[in-house]
Design a protein around this ligand. Structure first.
Ligand code: GDP
Length: 306
């Protein structure tokens, strides 16, 4: 995919957030007058409304105020440039791993039900297949038969091998079988769907920890990535769950889904600041091709505009 279409699709996905961030600013631009302090207040409100969070909004406003002379003379374009830079800097986190350095590359996908785990796995299997990789899709959520069925549909659609256990089976046992299969068949990657809910939260976190131990026994260094899927439409309200997973499940990266359906795209900045791990992918729609690899610079441009 060329970078133009990538940016275009991200721009489209972030449309609603960008509209909020730009509504007041566009009015100012039409007025063609130097910016006033009140204009910055409007910007602050827009940042809060799009879920940047209090801390990130505070920092961004500090930069705009510190550089106010630049904003006064440069007007809206200067303000956007400063904001873009702030967003890019907060989102730019180094990746601790080199994807596909080991074979099979084992990725756990975690998060509460409904955030888009199944869909994300399907989209990833498709993208990796397009890169020439075989991905075994493993349904380790043995309590949600419907989830395993959905996952199997995605696997079939992407012509990816699929493994599931019997309903109610021990997820770690299902995972062990999947990893042995992937090893013996020489698959490049294993995507593991995990339970989003058990009877108690304590159990769920203990189960994820056990699965990680089991994975490491079968494949050195596994899970190589643990991706926490967060639903952007929930905005910063999803942060509490995020923290719990991040603490207990050793999350190494984030997937932010449903950006297309929300004006709260600023939450990307809030979650990265809060959880301290990079975003790896963003979901901008329900179709198979609607998952984009994350890039801080492109995202900042999509969010704030040029
Ligand atoms: P899971 O319970 O976490 O496995 O969630 P699912 O993958 O089943 O997704 C729940 C719903 O969210 C489904 O209707 C998906 O089509 C939808 N969904 C997932 N990702 C996106 C996205 O990026 N954009 C939109 N608009 N919908 C999404």
């Amino acid at each position: 995919m060329s970078s133009t279409t990538f940016l275009d699709r991200l721009r489209k996905g972030l449309e609603r957030t960008r509209d909020i961030l730009n509504a007041d600013v566009e009015d100012l631009a039409r007025g063609r007058r130097p910016l006033q302090p009140e204009d910055l207040d409007a910007m602050e409100e827009a940042l809060i409304a799009s879920d940047f969070g209090v801390a990130a909004t505070h920092d961004a406003m500090e930069v705009l105020r510190d550089r106010s002379s630049q904003v006064w003379t440069g007007g809206v374009p200067a303000m956007r440039a400063l904001l873009r830079d702030e967003v890019r800097k907060s989102l730019d986190r180094p990746l601790a791993v080199r994807p596909f350095a080991t074979k099979p590359w084992v990725v756990f996908v975690v998060g509460v039900n409904g955030v888009g785990k199944t869909t994300t796995i399907g989209k990833l299997a498709r993208a990796w297949k397009a890169e020439g990789r075989t991905t075994l899709v493993c349904a380790a959520d043995t309590f949600r038969a419907a989830a395993a069925e959905q996952l199997e549909i995605w696997a079939r659609r992407t012509e990816s091998p699929f493994h599931r256990g019997l309903e109610g089976a021990d997820p770690s046992a299902v995972l062990t079988d999947a990893l042995r299969l992937a090893r013996s068949r020489g698959h490049d990657a294993v995507l593991v769907d995990t339970a989003g809910r058990l009877h108690t939260k304590g159990n769920l976190m203990a189960e994820l920890a056990k699965m990680a131990r089991v994975a490491a026994r079968e494949v050195a260094g596994a899970p190589h990535e643990t991706l926490l899927v967060l639903d952007a439409t929930v905005g910063s309200n999803g942060l509490n769950q995020g923290r719990e997973f991040a603490r207990a499940a050793g999350v190494s990266g984030l997937v932010l889904t449903k950006l297309d359906g929300t004006a709260r795209g600023g939450v990307a900045v809030a979650v990265v600041r809060d959880l301290g791990v990079p975003i790896r992918y963003v979901g901008v729609g329900e179709s198979a091709e609607d998952l984009l690899p994350f890039d801080a610079e492109t995202f900042a441009r999509g969010l704030i505009g040029d």
